[in-house]
Write a protein that binds this ligand. Structure first.
Ligand code: NAD
Length: 352
């Protein structure tokens, strides 16, 4: 007997090389006559070039988006929005910039066009994480899903190698967890299977030091979109919760933490998800945990929590925090097993 629920989130998606050139028209179609452009400081010039190429004509460009959406930054952006009499936001960048766009929608209820330039996937989800002095709070609201998304492979060509791999692994984790989270369902399984297949095919080239051709970039972006649907419509379990705890407690970088933790979270859950592990073994052609560890290590990419800067004496605390707020997970969460999992991820070596 099958029992499941299925939610489909409405959003317009435009996919294709050069599709950014239509962003001005898309913003107009969403009712924006006075759009405000958002980016990070690092992508300020790229966002300006995008704006010119797409005839967006923004009334202002707020170029201070930051990782984990600090509420203080959102306050500044909202003030700039009011001063410019803007009527919608266009977020150009990765999860940090799109997060700022969502935070502004949360406050102002204005239209939002997202133009992602990494593989992290925030553009398809109703989830917003925000930070202040007391830490990070995450919540979900369907109204936060951007009204339209433009995926243009040409905007990902210069994404650095490490950010390409780590944000692609962040995406892959969305698809993998959707296979066994409480929101798993047959439609999402089809999407997750395709997402995992495409990401596993693309990742070795993204990780290599050689030139990445645009076909691989296009595949990775397509896979990332599917992974993002999995996060939006499925749910999360131990992997995402652990990354949330570790990132918050030890100020670790978001995408890199996902990249490191994924094989260890999977090792922990493997005994409870034999059917999913069989599907993953087919997609990876081998044990997925081993494949994921090798990918980072053989390409000289950060492969342990220790390398990311987590102190060894934080392992106990991390295990305690991971247990503090219960959440659904296929394998029962227990302290010893979690401590071993975090310790293995800290060392960058599978538990014996
Ligand atoms: P990011 O947005 O922080 O970008 C990392 C850096 O790379 C930034 O300096 C950015 O300007 C730069 N960059 C981005 N695209 C580039 C490109 N094409 N070329 C050159 N430089 C580029 O990184 P991210 O991994 O995309 O996002 C991480 C953030 O997103 C975290 O805050 C995380 O919590 C959030 N996130 C949220 C969701 C969600 O559903 N709410 C999902 C995934 C990630």
């Amino acid at each position: 007997m099958r029992e499941f629920s299925y939610i489909s989130h409405p959003a317009k998606v435009y996919f294709g090389a050069g599709s950014r050139k239509n962003a001005g028209n898309q913003a107009l179609a969403l009712g924006m006559k006075r759009p405000m452009l958002l980016s990070t400081k690092e992508q300020f010039d790229d966002a300006q070039a995008f704006s010119r190429a797409s005839a967006l004509s923004p009334v202002d460009h707020f170029g201070q988006a930051m990782m984990h959406t600090p509420i203080a930054t959102t306050n500044d952006a909202v003030a700039a929005f009011a001063k410019a009499s803007a009527d919608g936001v266009v977020s150009f960048g990765g999860g940090s910039t799109i997060g700022l766009g969502k935070a502004m929608v949360h406050r102002l209820g204005v239209p939002h066009l997202a133009v992602p330039t990494t593989y992290a996937g925030s553009e398809m989800t109703p989830i917003l994480g925000q930070t202040d002095d007391t830490g990070k709070t995450t919540f979900s609201d369907r109204r936060l899903i951007p009204d339209a998304v433009i995926y243009d492979v040409e905007l990902t060509i210069r994404l650095p190698r490490q950010a390409s791999v780590t944000s692609a692994l962040n995406a892959l984790a969305h698809a993998i967890e959707a296979m066994y989270s409480p929101g798993a369902n047959p439609v999402l399984d089809l999407i997750a299977n395709e997402a995992v297949k495409v990401m596993v095919e693309s990742l070795p080239t993204l990780a290599s030091l050689g030139k990445i051709d645009s076909k691989v970039r296009e595949d990775a972006q397509y896979g990332a979109w599917l992974c993002a649907i999995c996060l939006a419509q499925g749910g999360v379990a131990l992997h995402h919760k652990l990354c949330h705890v570790l990132g918050g407690a030890f100020d670790l970088p978001h995408a890199e933490t996902h990249a490191v933790v994924l094989p260890y979270a999977l090792d922990y859950n493997a005994p409870a998800i034999p059917e999913v592990m069989d599907r993953l073994k087919t997609a990876f052609g081998t044990d997925p945990g081993t494949w994921l560890r090798d990918l980072l290590q053989s390409n000289d990419l950060p492969s342990s929590l220790g390398i990311l800067g987590m102190p060894r004496n934080g392992i106990e605390e991390a295990a305690r925090l991971a247990l503090a707020k219960p959440y659904p997970n296929p394998r029962k969460l227990e302290e010893n097993g979690l401590r071993e999992t975090i310790e293995a991820a800290w060392r960058g070596k599978a538990a014996a």
